[in-house]
Design a protein around this ligand. Structure first.
Ligand code: IMP
Ligand code: MG
Length: 463
């Protein structure tokens, strides 16, 4: 994917998306791929996302800035479809500066919407008001920021770098929001002047990074640079195609990457999905394969399943191939990265949900009707576990045969080739099955109508 090798390799613009409910380990996979990307684009979401970054002996969390920023030449673009909390963004910038990371290549869309203090307050107050119907949001003001964008009362990055515009817009908006804060939620009102001054300071500091991001990406396309579109959250959290209303307020699916970045779908060469070898979900909402007892706890402990942003315990369950197949379809996924296979190492047997039972019938498709999905009962296939460590495996041949068998079954059920298998947090704990970028695309069906999921070592993609 590197321009330096452009002569020997075709160029590629790649979208990486989460195939489940977020937290699939996209951070590790994008980190792997972004080292050969010229440009990394974040298209949607805000500071609800989070990934942990390690620089030398220091570990810290990034919510908005792609980890590609650590590559001195990599341009990182936070696109129009994102929502920006400038306070958190500036904290990230400061943290990176302390570590001598150059921020010269950080670009922020002028049309991205800005999270304001009233968004955070309303997010939390609305959740409280929903009581047992709460969504379990991250409390970062994401829904209310996107809500204002749809309602056309939002504040954009371009506004916070123009004093006059900001004063005019915010005075009106804060007075309007104060009615909601006071009358609906019985909260103290915000002081318009103080908020305006605070955001003018943020605007001043962020001004050098603010650009026409869609134009910037178009230029990169023209220069035949390799672009990685890094998804946040996951397919089942998609506002339109996820488990509504238990979703986030943006479009984490592959199509959302184009909308949020402002590029046409014709420039995309590849869509790579990321899924854990089991399933997790944080927040409320139906989760058919959830395990509340022992095995669920074991997965949570072995997988360190706590949210990066909120520290909440993630709910854990068996792999759900029905939602997996759905994610392949809705994203037009070419290949899949399976992460955290090692978390299953100790289990004697492993279950995979192959279909749902719904009203006494077998259902192979994800029901987009939320009420039906909430009633779905998993139909499991049980596979033997391998009960040995996979942490040191470096190729498919190193894997125990039961683990290989498990991967084969997942690929078969989802009708998509598995290109990458991750068996630990470190970069070395990665098995490249196929070149995820230049290897065979999702070879739909072979002559016999069987999905092609060949397994051979790639000579193109190097770690
Ligand atoms: P919001 O995005 O804060 O509005 O939260 C809506 C739902 O999406 C909640 O269930 C959150 O737990 C979930 N969510 C949002 N961002 C992430 C993420 O980055 N990983 C996993 N779940 C997320
Ligand atoms: Mg995360």
């Amino acid at each position: 994917m590197c321009t330096k090798q452009a002569e020997s390799k075709p160029l590629a613009n790649v979208i990486v998306i989460g195939a489940q409910w977020g937290d699939e380990g996209k951070g590790k996979i994008t980190d792997l791929l972004s080292r050969s990307a010229d440009v990394v684009v974040r298209s949607q979401g805000g500071v609800n996302a989070g990934h942990t970054v390690v620089v030398g002996d220091r570990t810290f969390k990034l919510h908005l800035i792609p980890s590609g920023i650590l590559g001195p030449e990599t341009e990182c673009i936070v696109g129009s479809g994102t929502v920006i909390d400038p306070q958190v963004l500036l904290e990230e910038i400061d943290r990176l500066k302390e570590l001598n990371v150059s921020l010269q290549n950080l670009f922020i869309s002028q049309t991205a919407h800005v999270t304001m203090p009233y968004h955070r307050l309303i997010d939390k107050a609305a959740e409280e008001r929903r009581g047992k119907h709460k969504i379990g949001t991250t409390g970062r003001g994401i829904g209310p920021t996107y809500g204002d964008k749809s309602e056309r009362t939002g504040i954009r990055m371009i506004d916070i770098i123009h004093e006059e515009d900001l004063r005019k817009k915010l005075e009106w908006t804060i007075n309007y929001k104060n009615v909601i804060l006071e009358k609906l939620y019985h909260l103290p009102p915000l002081e318009p002047k103080a908020v305006i001054e605070e955001y003018l300071i943020y605007g001043d500091r962020l001004r050098p990074h603010v650009v026409d991001s869609s134009l910037k990406i178009a230029t990169a396309v023209q220069e035949r640079k390799n672009i990685l579109f890094e998804g946040a959250q996951g397919t089942l959290l998609d506002l339109d195609h996820g488990t509504y209303p238990y979703v986030t307020s943006s479009n984490p699916i592959a199509g959302g990457a184009c909308v949020g970045a402002g590029v046409g779908p014709t420039i995309i060469d590849r869509v790579i999905g990321v899924a854990k070898a089991y399933t997790t979900r944080v927040g409320e909402g139906p989760f058919p394969t959830e395990l509340e007892e022992e095995v669920g706890k074991l997965l949570g402990e072995r997988g360190a399943e706590f949210g990066t942003t909120t520290g909440r315990r993630r709910r854990c369950g068996w792999f759900d191939a029905v939602i997996g197949r759905y994610a392949v379809r809705i994203n037009g996924m070419d290949c899949l990265a399976i992460t955290k296979l090692d978390v299953l190492d100790e289990l004697e047997e492993i279950k995979v949900c192959v279909a749902y039972e719904l009203d006494g019938e077998t259902c192979h498709h994800f029901p987009s009707n939320g009420n039906l999905f909430a009633q779905a009962k998993p139909i499991y296939q049980t596979l033997p576990g391998w009960q040995q460590s996979t942490a040191n495996c470096r190729s498919l041949e190193d894997l125990p045969k039961q683990a290989l068998n498990y991967l084969h079954r997942l690929a078969e059920l989802m009708e998509v080739p598995i290109a990458i298998v991750s068996i630990g947090a470190s970069r070395h704990q990665t098995i490249i099955v196929e070149d995820p970028i230049h290897g065979p695309k999702r070879a739909l069906l072979d002559a016999n109508g069987t999905p092609v999921t060949s397994y051979h070592d790639s000579d193109q993609f190097q770690l």
